[in-house]
Design a protein. Sequence first.
Lengths: 279, 274
Amino acid sequence: MKNFRTMVYPYIIWAFIIIVVPMLMIIMYAFTKQGNEVMNIRFTLENFSAFFEDAVFINVLKRSLVIAVLTTVICILLGYPTAYLMAKMKPKSQMLMVFLITLPTWINMLVRTYAWRGILEKNGLINNFLALFGIEPIKMLETTFAVVLGMVYNFIPFMILQIYTSLSKMDQSYIEAADDLGANKIQTFFKVVFPLSLPGVISGITLVFLPAVSSFFIPKLLGGGQFVLIGNVIETQFLTTGNWGFGSAISLIMSIIIILAMYLARYIDKKISAKGGDM
Amino acid sequence: MNKKIGLKHIFSKIFIGLMMFFFYLPIVYTVIFSFNSSKSLSKFTGFSFIWYERLFKSNDMMDSIFYTVVIAVLATFISTIVGTITAIGLSKSNKVLRGIVAQINDLPVMNPDIVTAIGLLMFFSSLAIKKGFITLLLAHIMFCIPFVILSVLPKLRSLDPNILDAALDLGCTPIKALIKVIVPQITSGILAGALIAFTMSFDDFVISYFVTGNGVNNISIMIYTMTKRVNPTINVISTLIIAVITIILVIINIAPIIKERKLKMEVKKNEKTS
């Protein structure tokens, strides 16, 4: 039996070198001065102060957060009803719906995002359609609208599938009990179904918010070169400017924000579940 | 009352219909415009294969397809083997070891891709490894293995541990026992892991974009760098990807149903003959 355990060691060594070491390098570069010899590393917070003292970067961070929150909210508003209606379908239709929603996620994200350019363009599909009704072309490409649309489009399947899983696993006897006890449909939904499906919503939020904050090709493809989010700043620091220290500091700030957001989501989930227990 | 339910039913059908329209509009749009006869991405001027011809004549594009497929096949092959071996080892190890591996594997899964990507970029650069095919392959193997482990490990947990002991008692060498006794029972997990690894590698953009160099590009990077100009060959390459992925997924989803039917038929046959 002990023979088999040794089969893990090669992977642990490999994973430590290629997963853990790069992560440690990000932390090291974020806190040290550039151009130092390895032997005399100097600790500094300059990279962080450069970020927080510059209004440009703060605005980029704010814009990234606003867009990520907006994307997440829209994904919930559109995804919840979809998941809810799916869960009420016949088992065979449910399987088909899961397939139809999963299929696009297997197709390359860039491919799917690029397709929206032709649809949103000045002489694109939507504007051609509007022209039939005599409506002047609207500028959609290279706007916040296009970026949020692209993000919702790419990330909403995760939200739908998470909520759907928690709804379809739900014990139907709770709903029957609420019904027997005289609750109407709206009451049953808000007091029973919704609180019970919250874990699904929370994990959906995690799966949407995280890629939405860090995405850099969606803003570039649909927002144009002027539309800069935090991911684009990191990209520039590493691939154009070559300032690893500053780039590492920004990605560390971004990671911390994401971790905080995750904890907040879990905290809210716990609070609401606890409140549900009291009733 | 009936009218009200009917209305609600229609309303929900329309909502689902609109969502499906939203999901598939860009995909259908891409496929249609890959056959356009002009460069326009908004006006369909006529059916033609000129962009398909262009794609097959473009060295850059063909190279990127070649690299994408080769990297995906190699990364899948290596990560499936390593992942399976590690998972088998993990199923026989203690909680501490399992916890460590789970924690490390969580890093690339939970972190935003761009963070993993810049970490690898700095790592490869400081080791002075030339950016290109090797770095791309190493990075893909890195992010594929955790998915293989995650899909193989649950299958191993549901195995009866006595089977392995029995095989060893009956004179099997440990390696033979693994190949002849354990692997056949976890094939479905291994295949699922391989499939996930393949599509992850095939579709990856962010990590590849940061770790590659020296003209080694995959399809995603090609699309990203070409979007600056209007280029309908992107639609062609997209259409090919959509076709391949759809065919694979349909086969995977239909195969179990057909298998089940065959089994049922056989059971019926056997019942009749007996």
